[in-house]
Write a protein that binds this ligand. Sequence first.
Ligand SMILES: N[C@@H](CCC(=O)N[C@@H](CS)C(=O)NCC(=O)O)C(=O)O
Length: 213
Amino acid sequence: MKIYGRTTSFNVQKVLWFLEELGVPYEHIELGGRFGGLESDDFARLNPMKKVPVLIDGDKVIWESHTILRYLAASYGTGKWYSDDAYQRSLYERWMDWSHVLFQPAFMAMFWGYYRMPASKRNMPEVNEALQKCMTCLATLDTALADSKYVAGALMTLADICAGSIIYRLISQGLDVPLPRHVADWYEGLKSQAGYQKWIMSDFAELKGREDF
Ligand SMILES: N[C@@H](CCC(=O)N[C@@H](CS)C(=O)NCC(=O)O)C(=O)O
């Protein structure tokens, strides 16, 4: 199994973290950003969107980070990470979609507006607006985590992988982002996991003030 994508991409990081959780062997190949390679014809044949991550499993090619996570869970995580029951799956899949369409865009607006923007060009009212959206998302997560150990219940699921992969960078970019109590407890647990430490809590300083990928 091969996973293509630069370590500094958190869409790549969440797949790498999940591969560690699954314990399946994989080869990681840096691509995109300063490594380049996304514009080649060979890569476009793998992913017509010319984006990372891309997973290659034997003769199968999968792109879109959450689709990759679902594929991995269904293929290698049966029992613990994947249920045959559609309703049980929906309990964590709704958080994956929420994360992709609400939490991640709010975080991205903040990250690109603040961390990846040279200080002289920052539009702080826009950054603060994005920060408020992130705080609303954190409050939503806090409500879910007040009732259960993990986002979608008593067990860790892909909901935690998707939402959890955002938290480290959200609070590590130099702005004050107070975590609500239950989110803070949950985050402490994530930080103690080897896969989270290895891939999510990795250095992203090369992205500071850099407006291109
Ligand atoms: N929705 C896609 C987003 C993919 C995406 O935008 N990837 C970025 C990195 S986060 C990328 O490939 N950027 C170009 C680059 O890194 O050179 C996913 O979740 O996989």
